[in-house]
Design a protein around this ligand. Structure first.
Ligand code: ATP
Length: 326
């Protein structure tokens, strides 16, 4: 069976790390059909639209999308793309790898971030000069969907600790509903869990990351806490992510377009290649997904590495080494 994959490299180092991930997928014996689309700052400058209609259609029609990064236009690109693939869950694993200088090498946490609402619905207004508002949307349906996904993910992937992050003591209605709904889902599954105020959680994650396994989060909290965890495991160049919907999904590194190193050919392709491994899991190619992860781990441990990890290798060198280890 052929899987059609929309490939959208976008801006900056997206142009460098996305082909690396495609090369790795091509090295496996799987029937993928890659179709490339444009998005981001450069396309906006050329056409006036950061996410042209053809690219929207490409992502909607494909079985999954690999996305690199977008610069200034990130919100105009990734938010609609996540919605086009119907993704309600943003899965962000933060793991320390052997050989990488991590602040907390014991970290092995997967953030399951609600991906459709919270403060990201874009309902903002200026009611009068100098006074602005933002509407935070939390629904029972979306809270249930993310909690079910999180508890099922923990069971399927053998995580013992599940934490529900919230701030229901202040956002009583919105996070009150999020927490109450997630706790009801846990009760239905007879699942063990903890709850944590998101601000206190930020501190505890740094002090004792090994107390945490799966963390189910409202949208903004998931964005921030997973970036914080990136800092614990050695930087943004290592964190993959999946945006999962009922019938479609998009895979992207947590990092952005890194304009400071774009064009130099030294971007670390690991996060993007690990995102491709999540794509393999998504299609049920568990063995191949594990092979790719092991190959990345071998290269991280034994080199070559890119300058962000203290080495002097290029993106191409690292990609070739990963393919070699496959
Ligand atoms: P954007 O505006 O697109 O979010 P940014 O520079 O604000 O770009 P990131 O792209 O996430 O944010 O980069 C943050 C820092 O991490 C930069 O110094 C960048 O060089 C570094 N970085 C991010 N990804 C990688 C990578 N894959 N390899 C090496 N360094 C990276």
């Amino acid at each position: 069976m052929t899987h059609e994959i929309a490939v959208i490299p976008g801006d900056g180092i997206g142009q460098e790390v996305t082909p690396a991930a495609v090369e790795v997928l091509e090295a496996l014996d799987i029937d993928f059909d890659f179709v490339e689309g444009d998005a981001g700052d450069a396309v906006k400058e050329a056409t006036g639209d950061a996410l042209p209609e053809e690219t929207r259609e490409l992502a909607a029609d494909a079985d999954a999308t690999l996305f690199g990064a977008a610069g200034e236009t990130a919100a105009d690109v990734i938010l609609p793309l996540r919605s086009i693939v119907g993704s309600f869950a943003n899965v962000r694993p933060a793991r320390a790898y052997p050989g990488v200088d991590a602040v907390k090498p014991e970290t092995d946490i997967v953030f399951i971030r609600e991906n459709t609402e919270g403060v990201y619905t874009g309902i903002e207004s200026e009611i009068t000069e100098g006074v602005t508002t933002l509407t935070r949307v939390v629904t029972e349906d979306a809270s249930r969907e993310i909690a079910e996904y999180g508890f099922d993910y923990a069971r399927q992937n053998d995580f013992e600790d599940v934490t529900i992050a919230h701030k229901a003591n202040v956002m009583r209605q919105t996070d009150g509903l999020f927490l109450e709904t997630a706790e009801a889902v846990a009760a239905e599954r007879d699942a063990e869990y903890d709850t944590a105020l998101m601000d206190a959680l930020a501190m505890h994650l740094i002090m004792n990351p090994d107390d945490y396994g799966v963390v189910i989060c409202p949208n903004l909290a998931g964005d921030m806490l997973s970036d914080l965890a990136a800092g614990l495991v050695g930087g943004l160049g290592l964190l993959p992510s999946a945006n999962v919907g009922p019938d479609n999904a998009l895979f992207e590194p947590v990092h952005g377009s890194a304009p400071d190193i774009a064009g130099e050919g030294v971007a670390n392709p690991s996060a993007m290649i690990l995102s491709a491994a999540m794509l393999l899991d998504h299609f049920g190619y568990d063995e191949e997904g594990d092979r790719v992860r092991t190959a990345v781990e071998d290269v991280l441990e034994n080199g070559p590495t890119t300058p962000d990890l203290g080495g002097d290798a290029s993106t191409e060198d690292v990609t070739a080494a990963v393919i070699d280890h496959l």
